[in-house]
Write a protein that binds this ligand. Sequence first.
Ligand SMILES: Cc1cc2nc3c(=O)[nH]c(=O)nc-3n(C[C@H](O)[C@H](O)[C@H](O)COP(=O)(O)OP(=O)(O)OC[C@H]3O[C@@H](n4cnc5c(N)ncnc54)[C@H](O)[C@@H]3O)c2cc1C
Ligand code: SF4
Ligand code: SF4
Length: 433
Amino acid sequence: MEKEKINLFFDAMVIGGGIAGGESALNLANNGYKVIIVEKDLSIGGKMIMLSKVFPTLDCSACITTPKVSEISRHNNITIFTESDVNSVVKMGERHFRAEITRRPRYVVAEDCTGCQKCEEACPVIVKDQYQYNLIGRKAAFIPFSIASPKIAAIDIENCTLCGACEKACPSNCIDFTQKALDYVIDIKSVVVATGFKLFDPLKIERYGFGKFKNVLTSMQMERQLAPTRPFNTILRPSDGKVPDKIAYVLCAGSRDDSEGNPICSQICCMYSIKQAQLLMGALPMADITIYYIDIRAFGKGYDEFYEQAKGMGVSFIKGKIGKITKGERGDLTLRYEDVSTGKIKEARHDMVVLSVGVLANDEAVPMFRSNTLLTDPLNYIRQEDPIISPAKTSIEGVFVSGTASGPMDIPDSILSAGAAASQATAYLKRIN
Ligand SMILES: Cc1cc2nc3c(=O)[nH]c(=O)nc-3n(C[C@H](O)[C@H](O)[C@H](O)COP(=O)(O)OP(=O)(O)OC[C@H]3O[C@@H](n4cnc5c(N)ncnc54)[C@H](O)[C@@H]3O)c2cc1C
Ligand code: SF4
Ligand code: SF4
């Protein structure tokens, strides 16, 4: 017998609940439209909710994202499905899309969970915490992170041993191992694709030693170490828990590199590395920070001043491409590079290296569209049909793109793009009413 599907109706469906998707949904909802956000993760907020501070203002990222996320989740016109997949979107006819969506089970009754974390304390299973970018562990019964929205527990069923300790500990009796996935058929008039970006996998550049040398980190791991919701109370190097005093940044790790299949500039790595360097100078005043770069691309308002500020604070900048990273004594690392200013091959020792990993397209939305093709550009970002005049327009009428789904960009540009997507979707919805 075919499983029953729940039918719902909305004016717009936003796929992806990062800052861009959230902002597009909020604008549409404030214009009086009923919106559903479909987010594949356990929380909305995307990458921004995980960041430390934002360049170039150094405002606290969580402090900006949390009220925004709370406004989105409380809005009467917005329905949020987290832990959900869009299986298909079919254009049924003129200005009518039908989406099939699956909500995966959390094994926790959302309405009854108070977020008390008693289940987390009781659970004996420890696995890597993907929300702390594997720097620490989490339990199989867990709240994703302290500012998650919704702040509700979930059971990681793949790692759960079904020991029942969480069930016994939960004061609200809301652990439910019988929960099943729910299938929905959603009728909508327009779609906003806000599926964001993926990060370059540093394991692909073997000569940088990520995954082999514990003290080679990614920029997202450093972002977590600097965030207010950080895993440790200071900056620690993973091999021995020592506070590092000589930290290197390797820019363009997986960007502007044809050999890695990503020839373009990621637009954010120079600036977030300069930001992290400044934050590190504050957190570890005695530390030496060196940024190895090809070019510094400080293109936005206040960005060049921010770069100059980092130099003024004592951050060293060396124009040089890193050839290889090798492990020295006691977990230290030796960077071999060509110093472009002298043309000489040099070596430098650091006790921690941060790879400023690049941005890649997330093309997961493309196969969702079954009746019409959602076209992409040569690097798999959603193609903007007319980037200057109509930046959110895609190859399918009634489907709009928001934020980094259409290309690398920082938060201010993602928010601008989200506004464009919402206003173009509003104009489209007005036209059909
Ligand atoms: C280390 C680092 C530091 C940064 N620091 C700064 C900074 O200081 N200042 C600044 O301006 N920018 C910074 N950025 C850039 C910033 O993170 C992005 O500009 C911003 O996150 C883009 O938002 P977005 O919503 O487009 O994408 P994302 O943040 O990627 O959000 C996309 C959302 O869509 C969801 N999703 C993906 N696929 C699907 C699917 N198939 N179905 C449903 N949902 C899906 C994701 O789970 C996520 O919630 C930094 C980036 C990094 C990596
Ligand atoms: S049943 Fe699973 S989630 Fe619950 S405590 Fe045991 S291992 Fe952890
Ligand atoms: S599932 Fe129960 S124990 Fe776990 S956070 Fe929710 S209410 Fe607390």
